[in-house]
Structures are given as structure tokens and as C-alpha cells.
Ligand binder design. Structure first.
Ligand SMILES: [Zn+2]
Length: 111
């Protein structure tokens, strides 16, 4: 048996009511909080950050970032294998004939 009483209506509380409440910082939504209140007179007994929900949201975002990193790595891997395919093209075709012929060293004229 719980023996605690509501500070407002002084009824003994066998349970307290719980609800989510938006937390604002100035005009902007800051986070989700919880409000714990008396089920009889609705006096708020306590409020706090809804830690579990915040943790779930952080976990969700981390998973999303990991998926994006995974996609990026997959793309990088396919670019890497494209480069490897290009490098395996026989070099002789392009490399043997230089576009500009090397100059022949000029002989010095004897005086
Ligand atoms: Zn009360």
C-alpha cells in the first residue's frame, strides 16, 4: 500500500497519472517531457525530461546515420571497383606511342 498523499487535496495516492508534455525553450520545442500529476485534483507533482523517449529518438537517429554511412560505403566500393576495372585495361594501347615525339638532341656544329 502506498501512503503518500497529494500535497493539494491530501488524498492518499495509490497511483499517479502520467502524460507526455512538450517542453519549450522560448518559442521553440525543446524536447518531450513527462508530467506526473494527482489523478483526483490534477495537481502536478513532478515533471522531467522523458528520458526513455529521448533515448529512443537518439537511437533511431543513430541507426539512420549508420544506414546512410553504409550506403555511402557501398557506393565508394562500387567506384573503387570501377577504377580497378579501368586500371586493368591493357596499357600498351595508350602508352606505347607518346603524342609528342621526343626531340632528338642536336649535334654541335664544329667551328
Ligand atoms: Zn490531489
Amino acid at each position: 500500500m502506498n501512503t503518500g498523499k497529494c500535497p493539494q487535496c491530501e488524498k492518499p495516492l495509490q497511483f499517479i497519472q502520467f502524460e507526455e508534455i512538450p517542453m519549450r525553450s522560448g518559442g521553440e520545442l525543446f524536447d518531450t517531457g513527462v508530467s506526473l500529476f494527482c489523478p483526483y485534483c490534477h495537481t502536478i507533482l513532478s515533471t522531467s525530461l522523458y528520458v526513455d523517449k529521448t533515448a529512443d529518438e537518439i537511437l533511431f537517429n543513430v541507426k539512420k546515420i549508420l544506414e546512410e554511412v553504409e550506403d555511402f560505403l557501398f557506393e565508394l566500393q562500387s567506384v573503387h571497383s570501377d577504377v580497378e576495372n579501368l586500371q586493368s585495361v591493357p596499357r600498351g594501347v595508350a602508352a606505347k606511342k607518346p603524342l609528342i615525339a621526343p626531340r632528338k638532341p642536336q649535334k654541335k656544329k664544329r667551328k
